[in-house]
Design a protein around this ligand. Structure first.
Ligand SMILES: [Zn+2]
Length: 1015
């Protein structure tokens, strides 16, 4: 027996025989205050609802009693974690405010913003009276540590401030709606921290300000509680899965910390930055019984300070060590989570010089106590899990709460004991962020003032500002030295950034034998400069830099996206500048990013350039009654150049145009009507299709439609099934990815057992608002398929992406297009180069030759002139083609005994994005030959294999290289617009929204510019 196992046995004995604390010497740290009475009734319930003694710890096996302060029971009617009790957001908040009222010296509740649906988010601060009374003074000191420029980087002054200050440990819960345990854990945690007089809790109160947001996803929590209550009321029925959490996204609300598009993300950033938080600790539920993924696994994010990664180790291993001493099985700190992407909510802490932390505890998605059987991989003993979970156990919400509470209390205790260390680290990380230009670099990122796409550039700058990054603007031209580019960009709108991306690969190959070449570049006045000598340089660096994930990385299963370079995904130029001279440029800080958006000139018509700005579609709706024509060729007017797709607007009041372009950051030019080929565009009627299977990916699309106030009808596949004349109601149907297979879109959920209502009722007041149905089970059905196909054949446009592309292909709506999932390609969320193949297609209006797309991993598509053809790629890299015979490799064979007959001329090479030419045999009786005007038209293709990777992990890219990415497939009078990738992803891919919006806007003109084959 090792010392550790003897010790563990002792712990178990101690826990099973006693409810009194301090049985063991090692637990003395957590001894209770013997003078403080215990709430025996509450403690009895804790033991009753805990299914095994070793699922309890001496920290939480009792509850201190208070004559004046209500326990969670006051609101719940039972203890925290009781079976059958899931409080709504408002009840949780109500309890926190009762706590504040009962003990205001130690508890203070802040309102920190609202959700999309208007539900309040709160944060509860708990600290000892002297600390809480001087919270503002404390914050003012923390603000100086957070921005060492304010104390002239003076370490002695920092030490003085550290000595006077108390750090903030911020705990958040219920981000993921079905992970239901955090709110009650946090109600009880708040009570314990406010009331308990045991020495270690008093130390926490005095040495840490604990802040708690008990419910992050307030909208999702209320829907989840509705579903759970429906289950309690219908105990014999299967219950509906919560198809919506927040208004827009489900699980991905924990992937929004880069673009910060959701209200909850913005509220948390504002709070973390505003309160100068040192730790952001987010609570989740998945694996048994407590996985502290703070240590997690590699690769770690490449932009964080190494001080932070050491803090992860310190906190994570100490935390698990304490739980090990309590004998609680299944507590571990290493596992399948890499700390690469900064998209997780907790990473708001990591990227703002604090510390990110996350627990996964074990939940039952509700408050039922149920038997849980584990997989062998979950209960096996491993090097990082020496006391693994049990193969089978009854598991209760109280167990879950015990683990969360024990973990948090030990973590807070350790943090309190070391509070000066972590405060000093906070200062050091802030200081080192400011020193970035002179240490690791770069000195700055520059977004040139002459970017062809000012609207999307402004959007990117606003993302940075949301992250509390300081943005400056040059007041005069300035010149810096850059690494030399190999070739000059040919296309302003996309190539500058594209060329920059090619550097890493080229640089690696040539570094050995060539001196780095440099060139100077002058940026115009008005260029934006993101200085890296600022406290929040790291988040800017992480978002704007390139990512490289080696195919040889020991981590074979990236947890999330591997690439996200924001300049590429927004399709705007971003230049990384290592030359510190950039910091001497004349510049001023910019508070609000504005784009010159007004009317210049006076003339008969208003012209708006098409630069693939997503706002252009919105403009059509803002000026709904005006006449819009779209130029089919580039043109010049009033000395300015306008791209294909630019608007020529008539019959509009100047004041209306002015208001619209100001709102949308566009620029209109009053000019004489240009002479250019045009077609009219109407404001299309959009139907937006969702399923009752999953709403996660469509939510990101819907969010952007709403942000730009583009009107649409939100309809489910069940509506499509019932509506025989879809064309009478809509011109365009948008069907974003579903996350399910083609057959399931048609079949829906299994029809056995009971109906699954998603409706607003007195029992379920929070669901059925975005859309409702009596029964979620039926899918699109065969009638829906028939209606959809008829819609397209009658002239409608159907827009599909990823799995809905597969769906459209599977059911025969894309003649001449082949669609397959890749088999070898490894691209788990990668930024890839794409090239516009047909710039005359309205779908490509406003784009240059190159554009970067997000692909994860995308579909392998091909086009053909015949039905059923695979198409594409014939002859590409096929190698020598001559058969075995006489002569050398490039000789002809010669059959013996007859004169030489010349072979047929070689067929022209067909690229992977092209269809093979028809043969005479195919044309003799062309039953399967698609007529020229009905053939797929490839608009965008994946880049060449050698330059396909922009950011992230890419392996076996040749499987998708050069393949079509966006294809306009005519079907009778209408079109199916097929995306191999997802062009609207997590608010991060604004550069590719234009393809979707162009298709919508030109719905009845998609054949514009089309060159037909002869035969
Ligand atoms: Zn989660």
């Amino acid at each position: 027996m090792t010392r550790a196992s003897i010790f563990r046995a002792l712990v178990l004995v101690g826990l099973t025989c006693a409810t009194s604390a301090g049985v063991l010497a090692q637990s003395n740290k957590y001894a209770r205050d013997p003078k403080q009475p215990v709430d025996e009734e509450y403690a009895k319930k804790i033991r009753e609802y805990t299914t095994e003694p070793f699922f309890l710890s001496p920290l939480v096996d009792y509850l201190p009693a208070s004559k004046t302060v209500p326990t969670p029971k006051a609101v719940l009617g039972d203890i925290a974690g009781a079976p059958g009790k899931l409080p709504y957001t408002a009840e949780v908040h109500d309890y926190m405010r009762r706590l504040e009222k009962a003990i205001p010296g130690r508890v203070k509740v802040f309102s920190i913003g609202k959700s999309e649906e208007g539900r309040e988010m709160i944060a509860v601060a708990i600290a000892a009276e002297p600390v809480l009374a001087k919270l503002d003074e404390n914050r003012a000191r923390l603000a100086k540590l957070a921005d060492p420029r304010t104390i002239k980087m003076d370490d002695a002054e920092a030490d003085r401030l550290v000595n006077l200050s108390v750090p903030v440990y911020y705990i958040t819960g219920a981000l993921h709606a079905p992970e239901t345990g955090a709110p009650t854990s946090l109600m009880e945690l708040a009570y314990r921290l406010a009331v308990d007089e045991s020495p270690y809790i008093r130390a926490i109160r005095s040495n840490v300000v604990t802040m708690i947001t008990p419910v992050l996803e307030t909208d999702g929590r209320d829907r989840q509680v509705d579903v759970y209550n429906w289950h309690l009321a219908n105990p014999k029925d299967v219950w509906p899965s919560p198809i919506y959490w927040g208004k827009y996204v489900v699980h991905d609300n924990n992937r929004d910390a880069m673009a910060a598009t959701l209200a909850l993300t913005r509220n948390v950033i504002d709070f973390v930055v505003g309160q100068k938080v040192q730790v952001l600790h987010d609570l989740h539920e998945s694996v048994p019984y407590l996985y502290d993924n703070t240590v997690g696994d590699g690769p770690y994010n490449a932009w964080v300070d190494p001080i932070l990664t050491d803090e992860w180790q310190l906190l994570g291993w100490n935390n698990m060590s304490e739980m090990t001493k309590f004998g609680m099985p299944g507590a571990f700190a290493h596992g399948t989570f890499d700390t690469w992407s900064p998209g997780y909510l907790m990473f708001i802490g990591a990227m703002h010089n604090g510390i990110s932390r996350l627990y996964e505890t074990f939940g039952n998605a509700g408050a039922d106590t149920v038997e849980r059987k584990l997989q062998p991989s979950d209960y096996a003993r491993t090097w990082f899990k020496q006391n693994p979970p049990l193969p089978k156990t009854m598991w209760s919400q109280r167990n879950n709460n015990n683990y969360t509470l024990t973990g948090l209390l030990t973590a807070l205790s350790y943090f309190a004991d070391n509070n000066k260390l972590f405060l000093k680290n906070f200062y050091l990380k802030s200081k080192r962020s400011i020193l970035k230009p002179t240490v690791e670099g770069p000195a700055a990122y520059v977004l040139p003032g002459d970017d062809a796409r000012p609207g999307p550039q402004a959007e990117l700058l606003r993302v940075l500002q949301r992250q509390a990054v300081e943005v400056s603007r040059a007041t005069a031209p300035f010149t810096v030295t850059l690494p030399a580019k190999k070739a000059k960009p040919t296309d302003k709108s996309a190539d500058g950034a594209a060329k920059a991306a090619e550097k890493p690969a080229e640089g690696a190959a040539k570094a050995a034998d060539e001196k780095p070449k440099t060139e100077t570049k002058t940026f115009p006045a008005g260029s934006y400069i993101i200085r890296m000598d600022q406290p929040y340089s790291r988040i800017a660096d992480a978002l704007l830099d390139y990512q490289y994930w080696s195919p040889n990385d020991p981590q074979k299963r990236p947890y999330d996206d591997t690439g996200w370079t924001f300049g590429e995904l927004f399709n705007v130029q971003v230049v990384r500048v290592a030359d510190a001279k950039v910091l001497d440029a004349a510049m001023e800080r910019v508070s609000a990013i504005t784009v010159p958006s007004d009317i210049t000139g006076t003339g008969a018509v208003f012209v708006v350039n098409n630069d693939a700005d997503p706002s252009l579609l919105a403009l059509r709706y803002r000026l709904k009654n005006a006449t819009f024509d779209v130029a089919e060729e580039p043109f010049e007017a009033a000395g300015k150049k306008f791209n294909r797709g630019s608007f020529i607007i008539r019959n509009a009041q100047t004041a209306d145009v002015q208001a619209a372009v100001r709102e949308l950051s566009l620029q209109a030019h009053g000019v004489e009507a240009p002479s250019v080929k045009t077609h009219p565009v109407k404001a299309p009627r959009i139907g937006y299709i969702h399923t009752w299977l999953g709403t996660q990916d469509e939510g990101w699309w819907r969010m952007e439609f709403d942000r730009l106030k583009i009107p649409y009808d939100y309809i489910s596949t069940q509506v499509v099934a019932k509506e025989a004349s879809l064309n009478s109601r809509w011109d365009v149907l948008v069907f974003p990815p579903v996350g399910r297979g083609a057959q399931q879109i048609v079949s829906g959920l299994p029809m056995w057992r009971n109906p699954l209502p998603w409706k607003t009722t007195p029992l379920t007041p929070n669901i059925g608002k975005l859309d409702s149905t009596d029964d979620m089970r039926p899918g699109l059905g065969w009638s829906g398929l028939v209606n959809l196909e008829q819609f397209v054949r009658s002239g409608g446009v159907l827009i599909v992406s990823e799995d809905t592309s597969t769906f459209a292909h599977t059911f025969g709506m894309t003649p001449g297009l082949s669609v397959q999932a890749p088999t070898r390609l490894n691209a788990p969320g990668t930024v890839m180069r794409a090239k516009v193949v047909d710039g005359t297609s309205p779908i490509a209006y406003g784009y240059g030759e190159n554009v970067s797309i997000y692909s994860a991993p995308g579909l392998v598509m091909g086009v053909s002139h015949t039905l059923g053809g695979r198409g594409g790629g014939r002859g590409a890299d096929a190698g020598p083609s001559r058969p075995t015979g006489r002569g050398t490799a490039d000789d002809m064979d010669q059959p013996q005994g007859r004169p030489l007959v010349a072979p047929l001329p070689e067929e022209p090479k067909v690229e992977a994005w092209q269809a093979a030419p028809l043969t005479a045999d195919q044309l003799r009786n062309p039953l399967n030959v698609i007529p020229p005007q009905q053939r797929p038209r490839v608009v965008l293709r994946y880049g060449d294999a050698s330059s396909l990777l922009v950011s992230g992990l890419l392996e076996n890219g040749n499987e998708i290289a050069q393949r079509p990415a966006v294809v306009d497939v005519p079907l009778d009078k209408g079109h199916v617009v097929v995306f191999a990738h997802n062009p609207m992803w997590r608010g991060q891919t604004q550069g590719t929204y234009g393809f979707v919006f162009n298709a919508i806007l030109n719905f009845d003109q998609l054949n514009a510019g089309r060159k037909l084959d002869d035969k």
